[in-house]
Design a binder for this molecule. Structure first.
Ligand SMILES: Nc1ncnc2c1ncn2[C@@H]1O[C@H](COP(=O)(O)OP(=O)(O)O)[C@@H](O)[C@H]1O
Ligand SMILES: [Mg+2]
Length: 262
């Protein structure tokens, strides 16, 4: 089935499909020196959806994020974001149009405090200096405090990020994404290296964002995925193996064989 999909040629999405879905991949192939890291006939995420992408190591999950954010160019096929073909749009421009990303390893500024990192993440700022000079409005300050309160980082407001625990860094980065408020949040393995308790809070956070933001979460931890209770896409060897509710994909024999059964 997946092979069939990958070889089928899909027509350009019509206005209705483009309007409903914030992200669409059509006949996408990503090949690294002949190695097919991603082969996707059709993949679409609706506005305000929380989509979980799972799959074993090397399945192509991070490559999928790289393609959407423009970090990696497709070898062939088309990528659409927010109604437009972004296949050849530079990554900086894609970010400007509203794709926000959280990488597998947190990319906060180590020497800056928690609050300063949040200032930097505020949307619509021209440069770093303007943000650090404290140009934020009362409303923005209020938003920063509200988000940091939710992830228990208020006591660490003035702490340089390098002194935070791994879990606190993950939350700071998710908080930075939240304050930046992009149209699409790409979150790669947020539970990696977290304790059970920290994982629980991270899942709660994503559930709170659900319905208000469009989010694609890549995750490995099955308990975490179950808790998110959302539509799941299973990738394996660069292809979409299954798509549906957690119950549906868990009952899929190919999925069990490739991933869940291990
Ligand atoms: N820049 C690259 N050059 C060559 N191979 C790559 C590159 N990026 C990813 N790959 C390969 O593509 C496959 C998918 O990788 P990735 O998307 O990182 O998987 P996942 O995130 O699901 O673990 C892997 O086999 C990986 O080695
Ligand atoms: Mg990965």
């Amino acid at each position: 089935m997946a092979a069939l999909l990958a070889s089928t040629h899909h027509p350009a999405p019509d206005a209705d499909v483009l309007g409903r879905n914030i992200v669409i991949l059509q006949d996408v192939l990503v090949s690294f020196d002949g190695f097919k890291a991603l082969q996707i006939g059709h993949f679409a995420v609706e506005r305000n959806e929380l989509r979980v992408v799972i799959g074993p190591n090397g399945a192509g999950k991070t490559t999928l994020c790289d393609v959407i954010s423009g970090k990696t160019r497709v070898t062939s096929g088309r990528v659409y974001f927010d109604g437009f073909d972004i296949t050849r749009v530079p990554d900086v421009e894609i970010a400007r149009r509203g794709v926000g990303r959280k990488f597998q390893t947190p990319t906060v500024f180590d020497s800056l405090t928690v609050y300063e990192n949040m200032q930097l993440a505020l949307p619509g700022r021209r440069n770093v200096l303007q943000n650090l000079m404290g140009g934020e409005t009362d409303a923005e300050r209020h938003t920063i405090y509200a988000i940091l309160d939710r992830v228990n980082l208020i006591p660490e407001l003035a702490t340089p990020a390098k002194y935070l625990s791994h879990g606190q860094r993950q939350w700071l980065e998710i908080s930075m994404l939240m304050v930046a408020d992009p149209k699409l949040l790409l979150i790669d393995e947020p539970a990696a290296g977290l304790t059970d308790k920290e994982t629980e809070l991270t899942a709660e956070l994503l559930l709170e964002l659900k319905g208000k933001h469009t989010i694609i979460v890549i995750e490995h931890d099955m308990d975490f995925v179950r808790r998110l209770n959302s539509r799941v896409t299973v990738l394996n060897e660069g292809r979409v193996l299954a798509d549906g509710s957690m119950e549906q994909v868990q009952a899929n024999l190919e999925v069990i064989e490739a991933y869940l059964g291990r």
